[in-house]
Every structure is written in C-alpha cells, then in structure tokens.
Design a protein around this ligand. Structure first.
Ligand SMILES: [Zn+2]
Length: 424
C-alpha cells in the first residue's frame, strides 16, 4: 500500500482540502479529506483525476511546426500527413508513438484512445504479422506508462466513389469483412469517416464493434457535408443514424458543422462528442456546437488529435474559450463541466477511471500552483490558468510516471527529436 496527500484535490463532489489517498494494487482504497499528511508522500499544488485523451493519431506529432509555411487548407495539410504516413514502419511508428505518448504523460494524460489506421506496409501489403503496427502502439504506451485503447479504424475508400490510392493504400483492407477480421483483437473500432467508409460497410463496422467503443470523424469540414448530401441525400450524421452507427458506445470526433437536426440526433441517441479544439483551430475547421450537443444529451470528451499542441488543460480551456468567441458570453461551461470532459474515460472503454474515489484506478495528476503561470490561482479555477508545463506528478495505477515534471524515460524532447528526425 502507498499513501499520498494533497492540500487540494478535485473529488467527485467538488474541491476538497487536505486529502489523503491510499492506494493498494493500483486502486484507491481510501480517499479522505480534512486529514493531516502524516508520513504520506506530499503532492504539490492541486490534484485532479488523470486526463483522458479521447482522440490521438500519434504519428501526426511529426507534423508539428512544419505545415504553416504556405498557409494552405485542411486538404493540403492532409498531403503533408500522407507523406509522413508513407515513411512509417513498425520500428519508427513505435519510436514516434513512445515519444508522443511520453509527451502526453508529461501533460497529465493517463489514458489515450489511438485512432489507428496505418495498418499495412506501403502499397497495402500486410506485414508478416498483420498486427505489427498495432503492437508497435502497445509497446509504445507501455514504455510511456499510459493506458492505451487502440481503435482499429476501417478505411476503405479515398472519398465518395473514389478508391484508395497512393499513400492511402496502407490504411485499407480488401473489404469491411477483412477489416473486421483483423480488428477482432482491438480494444475498440472506428469508422474513419463517411468519406472513407462506403455506406454499405457502415453497418458491418457497427456490428463488429460488438459493445466496444466505436469512434468516427464527423463533419470536420463543410466539403464532407456537401459531398455526403450530394451522394446520399443525408448529412453525415443522418447517414450514420440510418446505418445504426450512433448510440451510447459511439463517439463522434469533431462534430463541427452540424444542423440542428444533427445535434438532436446525436444527443438523442446518447452519442458522445469529442472536441479537439487546438486541432480544429489549427486546421481552420471552425467551432462546433459543444454546448448545444451537451444540452441535447451528448457527453463531451477531449482529444489532442494531430498534436499541434499536446496540452489537455489547453483543450479543456479552449472548449469554453471558443464558445465565448462564438457567442459573446462567458461561463458557457462551468469548471466542473470542463473537468468532466477532461477526465471522461467512457469513450476509451474505461468507465471506472477518471475519478478520485475508492475503487477507481489510482490515476492522478498534481498541478503546481506556484509557477509563473499559476501563482495566485484559485485551485477551483486551475483549468483556466495552468498549462502542461505546470504538471508536476502523474500517477498511473498509483505508480509515478512523471515526478517533478520529469518523465520516467528521461529527456522526452530528445526522444521526439530522434523519432521525428528518423522520418525526415
Ligand atoms: Zn482525427
């Protein structure tokens, strides 16, 4: 058994003072406010549940700070992404994912859902081990010390009525049934988008999910909506609803350009919505209707997606700040609602995690309140001031992954430089 103590902690009922945490076999066995530290290990600042990163493409980390020269669009950004995807092999994928996941741990992420679609060798030729790329991700997450939910992504077409071509070939399978066979051992599944999965394959993916988390990129760009309407006479949300893809186990990622009927359909079906605000602003996607979705019944979660920024505190803050810009109102989300999105582990298939409570996995994040960014901050409002650089300690299963702002693998910057450099 190990024991930790914090002067402030966000418990399920709200902010508490002088909290002792007892951990046995990776789970909290006691969480007691108003206690003396005794000989417990003291955690600095304010303690939060571990952050859930509900949407990641680990290899996109190689694109940070390299796609802004000519302006461009979402679609020109995608060409740069394909160029990186074309160079990956299981070893370089593992090295890059290890560094990217370690960077996430430094930012307080204790669990990540990887929307994984680089399945095969270039040209679409399966590796001798058909799960080589998935295994690379699992090895990476284990080294980085964070929980991983691999979402095996179905990706069968280059666009509506367009076959896969060039770098996309390695994302694809012969058909939806071949995909489902390989995806059987994954933690969850995904529909890449209504662009990349033909209508007749959507129900196959929904059935193959079989109770596992099911994610889908949804209406990130207006062009996708226009093409879907032209092809099917339905919005992407309408199409997913018609094919049985929506529901409480499903997470719609981005959900940016929605009609009122789409919002009602997503909320009414209990489908979750994962916002990735730093990616959505980086790619000039737009600001999705986060408040309206939550009010309609769609639980919110957060993702760092392409990792233009790896700072889940910033994603949580941006959920509110983007709403402020879009509506001219402050306080669109209460702090507790932002924290709920930041720690929502349901889309990762881990509903027991994300709470500082007896029985939950002992995953927590201690954020300093004495740095140049956070000094003077009310611990109740830490989400409005702190950044990833203020994360001091991260425990997963009660074991330290980050201590004093240092990851157990050491210099994560050096890991990133080496892993990204190998792809150039
Ligand atoms: Zn994505």
């Amino acid at each position: 058994m190990s024991t930790f103590w914090a002067a402030a902690a966000h418990l399920p009922d709200g902010l508490a003072a002088d909290v002792t945490f007892q951990v046995t076999d990776g789970r909290f066995t006691a969480v007691r406010p108003d206690t003396a530290p005794g000989d417990a290990r003291r955690l600095p600042g304010v303690v939060l549940p571990g952050f859930a990163n509900a949407h990641s493409h680990a290899f996109h980390r190689a694109l940070r700070g390299r796609t802004h020269g000519g302006g461009g669009t979402f679609w020109t950004w995608r060409e740069a992404m394909y160029a990186v995807a074309a160079r990956l092999d299981p070893d370089s994928y593992r090295a890059l994912a290890t560094a990217a996941y370690a960077e996430m741990a430094l930012a307080g992420v204790t669990a990540v859902a990887e929307f994984h679609y680089v399945h095969h060798a270039p040209g679409g030729v399966p590796y001798s081990d058909p799960h080589a790329m998935r295994t690379a991700l699992r090895t990476a997450a284990a080294a980085a010390g964070i929980r991983l939910t691999v979402l095996d992504t179905c990706y069968l077409a280059g666009g509506f009525a367009t076959p896969l071509e060039g770098p996309q070939l390695r994302f694809g399978d012969r058909d939806a049934h071949a995909w489902a066979e390989r995806a059987a051992g994954a933690d969850g599944v995904a529909v890449h988008s209504v662009r990349a999965v033909p209508r007749d394959a959507l129900a196959v993916v929904a059935k193959a999910a079989d109770g596992r988390p099911l994610h889908v990129h949804l209406s990130e760009q207006p062009a996708e909506n226009a093409a879907c309407l032209a092809r099917h006479g339905l919005t992407p949300t309408g199409l997913l609803a018609a094919e049985g893809v929506l529901g409480p186990r499903t997470t719609a990622v981005h959900a940016t350009h929605l009609t009122e009927a789409d919002v009602a359909q997503l909320g009414g079906s209990g489908t979750g919505a994962c916002f990735c605000p730093t990616t959505e602003r980086d790619l000039a996607d737009g600001i999705g209707p986060a408040r309206a979705l939550q009010d309609a019944g769609a639980p919110l979660s957060l993702g760092s997606d392409q990792h233009a920024v790896t700072d889940l505190l910033e994603e949580a803050r941006a959920l509110e700040m983007h709403e402020r810009l879009a509506t001219g109102e402050r306080g669109r989300f209460r702090p507790a609602e932002l924290l709920a999105a930041l720690t929502n582990h349901d889309p990762l298939g881990r509903p027991d995690a994300g709470r500082l409570a007896v029985g939950a996995p002992a995953d927590l994040v201690a954020v300093r309140l004495d740095t140049v960014r956070t000094a003077g901050t009310d611990p109740a409002q830490v989400l409005y001031a702190a950044t990833a650089a203020d994360v001091d300690t991260v425990l997963v299963d009660g074991r330290p992954v980050v201590e004093g702002g240092v990851h157990r693998l050491g210099d994560v910057g050096a890991l990133l430089v080496s892993a990204i450099g190998a792809l150039r």
